[in-house]
Design a protein around this ligand. Sequence first.
Ligand code: ADP
Ligand code: MG
Length: 318
Amino acid sequence: MTAVLDEFTLIRRHFAGLTPATPAVRLGIGDDAALLQVRAGCELAITSDTLIAGRHFPHETLPADIGWKSLAVNLSDLAAMGAAPLAFTLALSLPQADDNWLRGFAQGLGDLARMAGVPLVGGDTTRGALSITITALGEVPAGTALRRDGARVGDLVCVTGTLGDAAAALRQWQAGSAGVAALRARLDRPTPRLAAGRALRGLAHAAIDLSDGLAGDLGHILAASGVGARLDPSALPCSEDLREVISDVASRVALQLNGGDDYELCCCLPPERFAAAQAALAPLPLTVIGEIEAEPGLRLLAADGSIQEHPPQAYRHF
Ligand code: ADP
Ligand code: MG
């Protein structure tokens, strides 16, 4: 039989001492609201993401992985703005207060929170279908945030890390295969590129994190900036694991362009700043995959040298 907890015991046991406080936290969990100190000259960056069982993660995902990923996707948004995380809140809806599930969830959540040095300062706990909403707060020196609307003609389009691993893992899972552990780790425990985001401040004209697939997410930068881009699919950075699992180049490129859950950063920067950006992000790879052009839309350079229009096809809920 699984132990069932009342709401306040649940919060105290699993969340109140989960993450270490930082000097920015003047008041954490326990009052009607938390109090945070934002440094003078900084802007507050705020982002929320909800994860729903069956939609954002398969029902059988380990609770610890759900905890990690719920925070990771929010920290990835802060990273994409170039913001340093200050704190986060957790709104949890649970079908029942299952102590074992909560222990696993809190462990995964706490692992990433401690790794990123970001404290949990409040939240809400209700009964309902499993849903996790995290709001992450960060700070960024005023005027320096990496927005989507700053890309300029002639900028290089770059991405961090490698693309397609998580989408390949999801495919393997959906096909009922255990799959490759390293790929699966990219799906279950993405690493938000926080240091990279901050390092790109003052170097990149625009940035976005890759959650719904490169083509669609880059499309947001293009639309916001009023520009277009040409990508070289053969330049998309690829892990050895992905190369082994999907040997067909066309299928692999399709997955890298349209698969989601990479949580890498895509940024646009002038060519003369590329070397500095690459050095600032090392050892995390930064790869040039294309260039910003005046003509709207996304075009792909084919192997025969021809240019093809890429249809927009990012995941949409509605
Ligand atoms: P209120 O009724 O004033 O909204 P709650 O009873 O919802 O307060 O929460 C009590 C305290 O516990 C608050 O400080 C709240 O931020 C915190 N809290 C509630 N749920 C969570 C959670 N899932 N994780 C972290 N803190 C939580
Ligand atoms: Mg409340």
